[in-house]
Design a protein around this ligand. Structure first.
Ligand SMILES: CCCCCCCCCCCC(=O)SCCNC(=O)CCNC(=O)[C@H](O)C(C)(C)COP(=O)(O)OP(=O)(O)OC[C@H]1O[C@@H](n2cnc3c(N)ncnc32)[C@H](O)[C@@H]1OP(=O)(O)O
Length: 194
């Protein structure tokens, strides 16, 4: 038994994800999508401050150092924080597809404890797309990029329009985020050129 639900098995008509021609080049840092994002924002003091790089194909790598504020058991990372790191890394894959998407489902395996001060080396790949559904998978390793797997996850992201954030987010913050001309340009470009 793998423990996985069938909700994360791509349907028979799913296709291989295609990297968008305008996606960041392999090795390039993929910047934050929102300054106050818990996963990647510089303006989130207790956030993860994840720095993600584009890889080959539809792959990304990221690093996250576990801080004092991220503990669950004494001296060990909280599982929810580790799931957040996986979620953020997986979410960044959608920028290589140039699709705006949110997490619908995230299934996480916690394989080894992750002590405070550890650098978690994350790697994620989009594996299939079916209409609005993007299936992806990620691992987090400790002790180096080739170290043992400490956490892994499979996920389903669902493509949404920018309106998803306008309709459901706090208007003042959405306005502030979209007042950034780069952010608005990127968001609109995604919708015009999926
Ligand atoms: C400015 C730029 C900023 C860009 C900002 C980017 C932010 C990224 C941040 C990191 C990632 C996150 O944490 S995102 C935050 C956490 N996630 C969320 O808040 C999402 C909350 N959920 C929702 O809003 C909604 O449930 C949606 C949008 C996911 C889906 O609603 P919907 O649009 O009405 O679509 P719906 O018809 O229900 O589903 C479409 C298809 O997906 C399937 N589906 C939907 N949910 C699931 C599920 N949990 N498990 C399995 N399958 C599912 C359905 O069966 C259906 O399949 P079929 O019938 O077509 O076969």
């Amino acid at each position: 038994m793998s423990g996985r639900t069938t909700a994360l098995t791509p349907p028979a008509d799913a296709v291989k994800p295609e990297r968008h021609p305008d996606a960041p080049a392999p090795g390039e840092i993929i910047g934050t999508h929102y300054d106050r994002c818990f996963g990647c924002g510089d303006g989130a003091p207790h956030g993860l401050h994840l720095v993600t790089r584009a890889g080959e194909g539809v792959r990304v790598t990221a690093e996250f150092t576990v801080q004092e504020a991220h503990q669950g058991a004494p001296g060990l990372a909280h599982g929810g924080v580790l799931a957040s790191a996986l979620d953020e890394t997986l979410g960044t894959l959608n920028w290589l597809l140039r699709v705006i998407a949110v997490t619908g489902r995230l299934e996480t395996d916690f394989v080894r404890p992750v002590p405070v001060g550890t650098v978690l080396h994350l790697e994620a790949e989009a594996v299939a797309v079916a209409d609005r559904k993007i299936y992806s998978t990620a691992t987090g390793r400790i002790g180096g990029p080739d170290g043992p797997v400490a956490v892994r996850a499979d996920a389903l992201f669902i493509e949404v329009k920018v309106d998803h954030f306008m309709d459901n987010g706090r208007p003042a913050e959405i306005d502030a985020a979209l007042a950034d001309p780069d952010q608005l340009k990127v968001a609109r470009a995604f919708e015009v050129n999926p």
